[in-house]
Design a protein around this ligand. Structure first.
Ligand code: DQA
Length: 144
């Protein structure tokens, strides 16, 4: 079963948007690294980004049926979306929450994450490398 890597709003602008916070690596580069890492261990990756809350929820529901592990960077919706949390709660697979920046070192409104209530683990503050760490963590969970 594939590892799903789902990305929320504005992450399509990675590399361009606030690079001093989010880095210069583009989401397509992150996708390539994740796919390569998992392929070396014979696990496929489904990697997607959306700016729409409902579409993200549809994909979480899809992951519920098809994913081995879900890696999710909910972006801004992590701080706001009860509906996203409800969708995540329907999964029995492990969920790894992933952020480029460390939200706890930033504005107070970023300190709370609805997604964390459903996540097995959180990786934050390591920039694009955090996605690779999340893939490694997911592979360990699958191989265990
Ligand atoms: C983010 C952190 C969020 O607070 C922010 O809204 C984002 C990106 C991150 O990856 O650091 O859009 O999820």
């Amino acid at each position: 079963k594939p590892i799903y890597v789902l990305n929320g709003p504005n992450l399509n602008l990675l590399g361009v948007r606030e690079p001093e916070i989010y880095g210069y690596t583009r989401l397509s580069d992150i996708e390539a690294r994740c796919t390569e890492l998992a392929a070396a261990r014979h696990v496929p990756v489904v990697f997607r980004q959306t700016n729409h809350e409902g579409e993200l929820i549809d994909w979480v529901q899809e992951a519920r049926e098809h994913a081995s592990v879900l890696i999710l960077n909910p972006a801004g919706y992590g701080h706001t979306s009860v509906a996203l949390l409800d969708a995540l709660k329907a999964l029995s697979q492990p969920i790894i929450e992933c952020h480029l920046s460390n939200p706890h070192a930033r504005e107070p409104f970023r300190h709370h994450s609805y997604v964390s209530l459903a996540a097995k683990a959180v990786i934050a503050g390591m920039g694009a490398i955090g996605y690779e760490l999340a893939i490694e963590a997911a592979l360990r969970l699958i191989e265990k």
